[in-house]
Design a protein around this ligand. Sequence first.
Ligand code: HEM
Length: 502
Amino acid sequence: MELLQRVLFTLVGAASVCYFVIKVALGHWKRRGILHEKPKKPWGHLKGVGRKRHVAEVLQTLYDKYKGQAPFIGFFALLKPMLLILDLDSINYILLKDAKYFMDRGLYYNIQDDVLSQNQLQMDGIEWQHMHLKLKSLQWQEKLQNLLPALLKVQQTFENSLKDKIPKTVAAQNVTELVEGFNIDCISSLAFGLEGDSLRYRNTQFHHMCKSYTKSNFNIYKAYLAFWFPSLARLFQYHVYSPMATQYFQKLIAEKLTEREYQRTQSSHFDFLQLWCDSRKISQRNQMYKKLENQEIVGQAFSFILAGLESTTTTLSCCLYELALQPDIQHRARSEIRAVLAKHQSKLTEDALNDLVYLKQILNETLRKHSPYPFLLRLTTKEYELPNSIFMLQEGNHLIIPTSAIHHDAAFYARPDKFDPEHFHSKNVQQRPPCAFLPYGMGPRACMAQHYVQQQMLVCLVTLLQCYSFTPCAETIIPLTYDNSKVLRKPKKDIWLSMQKT
Ligand code: HEM
């Protein structure tokens, strides 16, 4: 009896302490007099997220309710207080004009114990700056046009395999798998120096590692705790990525670097790996260039998988889905592709890609409607007073910019729920503030690969739409639903369509 009483007292005591901690934590914005929606204990504003709702839906509801009332409102990711920025002028200051106050994203990384986390998406502070300077000195943005031949080599393999695998009509094709194969081939070839042909050989080790690089016991709650208490997580050597994947990518890069450094005098083709590799030779001759260490190259190459694989696969598969549902738009895109190829002697040159105006409108409309990255994150690194307001952002404040909600705002897009490439007709683009479309973010921490990735996706769409038409089939899920358990917004199930040779 006495034991039972003790257990009961302990339980009641523990529950009271938890209740008190939660109540104090969720009172954070109330105590500071910041406008906010009443949070639910203990979820904050994330009740149902992961199961019934995607985080993008929560942000959309709050944005629709509070925009115009204040430049930002208080938000709770479970117990973590954050600020949800609602006003486009403030967003412009945060991302661009006064970006020096918001250079961090505040994600967890651990360079010593988790090598793959040494990538520009996760890193912050001095580590991010150090790498940013090294990459900048390579002038790779200026050299982007030189990458096109390497990309077209992957495209040629893809096209040949398509002809063999899908000679005529396929009643139901998993297009998510199809475009994912192309994207993996681009990554393996341009970033890891490993040629691939995913349409023919899917079960390669590289393919497997691209799909399963997190630890097998990866737990979203542990990751959340690492986000809350990064220094503690570093102390306990918490790592996100599987040792097997880490070793695999390290070994692969080491082998390929040796191959490129010693077996080839001058590179015959130019790709990302060659660019990183050349940094070593150039840095010996010119102090301005900073040598990239092996581990740093591993982190750079891995960022193509981490930041680029699901985002490109989602964008391309959602794009084909929308085109299948709207044959008129698909027909117009195909006519444009054929006219542009005819004008450029069937060659996909830089100029030819630039001429694909309507296809780019379609890509942008896909990024607007399906926004794979539904929000941006920033961490305030110095106290900052928002212009035209009395609000002071404090050092350590985490900010969320709800890009997907902005992309669905009827004030900027005439028919936000409809897939309509006319939203990106030049005359409509001119009438919108630049911050109304942020699929790649903006400012010094914007997507590093923005221009390259657009080329990669255009090349894939040209290859597919030139030869095939896409229509819905019995397996096509209409309307499309999203996977609520992921932070990136991606369809819940793979997209299946019927493909007919044109
Ligand atoms: C459709 C494809 C893609 C989309 C929509 C996309 C979008 C984004 C967004 C929204 C961010 C955050 C920007 C910000 O915080 O302001 C980002 C960052 C980043 N992306 Fe992409 N991305 C795509 C593909 C790629 C690819 C293929 C790579 C390959 C390297 C890549 C590399 C990065 C890196 C390294 C960062 C972090 C940059 C930094 O903080 O310095 N992304 N991307």
